[in-house]
Design a protein around this ligand. Sequence first.
Ligand code: MLT
Length: 279
Amino acid sequence: MQGKGHGATMRKKLRVEERTLSYMDSGEGEARGARVLVFLHAFPLAAGMWQPQFDKVPPGWRYVAPDLAGFGESEDRSGKPTIDDYAADVITLLDHLGTPDFVVCGLSMGGYVAFGVLRHASRRVRALVLAGTRADADTAEARTRRAAMIARLREGGVRAVADEMMPQLVGDTTRRERPETEHTVRSLIEANGPEGIEAAVRRMMDRPDSTPLLSGLEMPVLFVAGEEDNLTPVDIAHGMHAKVPGSALVTIPAAGHLSNIERPDLFNDALAAFLAGLG
Ligand code: MLT
């Protein structure tokens, strides 16, 4: 994959407890000594959803993005899956990169994983970007919907899940005006296997409530919300923003849930301004 930022995006692999963890890396190159930002992807996509950000890496930054276990080219672990398994892999990756502190950017499920990283390594999180996500746990109703999704996945495969998710992931304007974006999202979903998707659903439905973490966040925090996001409506971002003293909130017009892919320029501008403000 060739990026248009300061270097090429590389695919790398790391062995973690007999498993392969695959990740995108904007590389060290001229950015040796660069600060690290780790991107955590949404369900049911993979690291490739961050390509528009890897195309515009600001000078002085190194971007990395793992395929979470069971997605893309990363293998899942055995045993009962928890959302903090993903966070543990992220921390292992950052240890491997030798970076004492880092910025975390999670979108939707990636945000749930970001909260897991905070639970285990909050002192290392230099700054946090939470896009299209929520801090609370699943309601009983949401858990019922997840159980139905598992049944649909077993019956109709990954394509059935893609059919169900697509209208929720991509906003109306994108569907109308940028059909190629829909195609990209669908391809990312359909490249995943059913086992990884099912394990992710189980992880999400059992994830803890992270709301108590919000008021204690001491690092700079940016919330990003797509104005046409029906899955995680803007109000949810406003609610979290109100609980995090000093945090910032940017809303992205004409974008649904996947604002980073739907309006990459606006997302990248918001991110670059936030990163520049870190000094
Ligand atoms: C996501 O986009 O990561 C998921 O839709 C999140 C969820 O289902 O809770």
